[in-house]
Design a protein around this ligand. Structure first.
Ligand code: ADP
Length: 286
């Protein structure tokens, strides 16, 4: 068996994806990044192989991406998460008739990527300076509200009144604002809806900088939050495509690129072998 692995070492979570030689997703796995990026990445990589009965020699190529990609020395190569995300979203998006724009919210940054019809990146914008529109802000907000991340979506949709207004553009001040809203008797659902509306507003502004194509895919861990999806759809005034495994799209893209790179290296290798065997009269020796 020949397989290819993409590993996305994010600020919050490590995602590993395994594809076969047709680029079909075989398996994926998500583990917390924790404090020891490297040890946790190696553990996640080995767990994915063990759980799927894959031996190391069957892995033809490993491509690392994400914030901590350079720490994973086991990889054959590394690539930016923009390229890997685009590759994964392009492939996932084929089932929907093609994707023109990708919005990714990660633990520590937000990205908008414009794709051409072949899946190449033609434009991108990124916010990695401020935590206010990212997954980290949602993690902190959920903790302040004593809610699990998985509960945010339900709470959002339970809101009866207007979403609470959050004025702070900084995550640290927004945290104080959330505590203030709780202290003044605002309901948790309205606060959650307000948090999502504020993240959606910032994200929509970033996405408009690259331009919104016909179909827009939203991925990254926060795309699991159905309340945030609703808020972003409202802010962008359009329906979004949410893949079935939004958090592993970038790792999947890295695995697809690993497969492509390996195949093109094989072709170059066989061309070189053919050239070396070429007889002086131009005939290729068997
Ligand atoms: P990174 O690549 O930067 O590590 P991810 O794309 O893995 O980021 O997203 C991490 C974020 O996803 C977390 O900070 C969290 O806010 C969000 N998240 C993870 N799991 C869930 C879930 N089940 N429901 C809602 N949000 C989630």
């Amino acid at each position: 068996m020949s397989v290819f692995i993409g590993i996305d070492i994010g600020s919050t979570a490590i995602k590993v994806a395994l594809v076969d030689s047709d680029g079909e997703r075989v398996a994926s796995l998500i583990r917390p990044t924790g404090a020891d990026f490297r040890a946790n990445a190696v553990r996640a990589f080995e767990t994915l192989m063990r759980d799927n009965g894959v031996r190391r020699r069957e892995v033809q190529y490993i491509l690392a991406t994400g914030y901590g990609r350079r720490l994973f020395r086991e990889a054959d190569d590394s690539m930016s998460e923009i390229t890997a995300n685009a590759a994964g979203a392009h492939r996932v998006g084929q089932a929907y008739g093609g994707i023109a724009t990708v919005i990714n919210i990660g633990g520590q940054d937000t990205k908008a990527i414009g794709l051409d019809p072949d899946g190449n990146v033609n434009k991108f914008a990124m916010n990695d300076k401020c935590a206010a529109g990212t997954g980290r802000f949602l993690d902190v907000a959920a903790r302040n509200l004593e809610l699990g991340l998985e509960e945010l979506g339900d709470f959002h949709h339970r809101a009866q009144g207007m979403p609470a207004t959050l004025n702070s553009t900084c995550a640290v001040f927004a945290e104080s604002e959330i505590i203030g809203l709780l202290a003044t008797g605002h309901g948790k659902p309205e606060i959650v809806a307000g948090i999502h509306a504020s993240i959606a507003k910032r994200t929509a502004r970033l996405a408009r900088r690259v331009g919104l194509g016909k179909r827009v895919l939203f991925d990254g861990g926060p795309a699991l939050n159905k309340g945030l999806v609703t808020a972003l759809e409202e802010a962008l005034m359009r329906e979004l495509i949410i893949p079935s495994e939004p958090q592993t799209v970038t790792a999947y893209g890295a695995a697809l690129l690993a497969c492509d790179i390996y195949n093109s290296e094989q072709e170059i290798g066989s061309d070189a072998v053919a050239a070396a065997h070429k007889a002086p009269n131009g005939a290729v020796e068997e």
